[in-house]
Design a binder for this molecule. Structure first.
Ligand SMILES: Nc1ncnc2c1ncn2[C@@H]1O[C@H](COP(=O)(O)OP(=O)(O)O)[C@@H](O)[C@H]1O
Ligand SMILES: [Mg+2]
Length: 285
């Protein structure tokens, strides 16, 4: 078949994709541990978990290099939670430069490319995958100890394609909330990860109970023990439970990672334990 693009010396789309895949392989080979955070549905705290895990990992070891890829292209909210709204990606000699966040955590997000706050990202699948390929292959991630990927909500095609782009994932973390519907989607998420041959690190049950702002006691809001039940049923670990704490959403809105500002709270303590478990899981670092 006659290839017009090739005659002008411009690589055709297939060739361009192959080049990008090579670049991704090269860049990702310098990342020691790749962890994806997934959920069966949106609004369960996936981004919150990604941000606070990254912060905790970075704080625990000063030499450790941690980065976040906000792969939720239609609802990118990692920059807001880290106080990086309005920042822009730069192009440096080594490629696209990530934005430096608190504790030296590098962030790449679609949000850094959107012209205004209320710009919707309306794309078709192939375009989205093109953006993710660029983020993985053309960003100068440099050598990293941890790359946390905040996947789009759900276990659909999009999450699947992104996971396929990430070679040698260490594991996925599934975020859920303790209601029946959410438990059903967790099972889907576990099956999804297993089909992809990616180890499941475990489940984080978010919004498990409410910390009373007056007395500090935890009040059960949904039925208790849902996370533990589903974890047992699916033979995966329950990494921990995080209560609802009004200070969490306040901190997220203000762009200060919760784990840094309220390190003494029950939610932060739970996060810290979860981080220790993750550190153990990747101990061969
Ligand atoms: N445990 C919690 N306590 C209080 N607010 C929370 C908690 N977990 C998440 N939130 C808030 O709920 C909203 C949705 O969380 P987010 O991480 O954006 O969900 P997702 O990424 O799964 O869509 C955010 O405003 C976040 O600050
Ligand atoms: Mg999110």
């Amino acid at each position: 078949m006659l290839d017009l693009a090739d005659r002008d010396g411009v690589p055709n789309p297939g060739e361009q994709k192959n080049q990008q895949m090579e670049l991704i392989k090269k860049r990702m080979s310098r990342v020691k541990h790749k962890i994806a955070v997934i959920s069966g549905k949106g609004g369960v705290g996936k981004s919150l978990v990604t941000v606070n895990l990254a912060m905790g990992l970075a704080v625990n070891s000063k030499e450790r290099r941690v980065a976040i890829l906000d792969a939720d292209l239609t609802g990118p909210c990692v920059p807001k939670m880290m106080g990086l709204k309005g920042k822009r990606l730069d192009v440096g000699p080594m490629g696209i430069a990530p934005v430096k966040g608190p504790e030296g955590v590098d962030v790449v997000s679609m949000d850094f490319l959107l012209p205004t706050d209320d710009s919707p990202v309306i794309w078709r699948g192939p375009l989205k995958m093109g953006a993710i390929r660029q983020f993985l292959g053309e960003v100068a991630w440099g050598p990293l100890d941890f790359l946390l990927v905040d996947l789009p909500p759900g276990t659909g095609d999009e999450s699947l394609s992104i996971l396929q782009l990430l070679p040698e994932m260490d594991g996925v973390i599934i975020v859920t909330i303790p209601s029946e519907v959410s438990q059903a989607v967790v099972k889907k998420a576990v099956t999804f990860a297993r089909k992809m041959d990616v180890p499941v690190f475990g489940i984080i049950e978010n919004m498990a109970g409410l910390v009373c702002p007056h007395c500090g006691e935890t009040i059960e809001v949904f039925s208790e023990g849902g996370g533990a039940r589903v974890a047992k049923e699916m033979a995966v670990e329950l990494l921990g439970s995080i209560p609802i704490d009004p200070r969490i959403s306040m901190d997220s809105d203000e762009g200060t990672p919760f784990i840094l500002r309220h390190s003494d709270s029950p939610a932060a303590k739970s996060f810290i334990k979860i981080i220790e478990k993750i550190e153990k899981k990747v101990k061969h670092e």
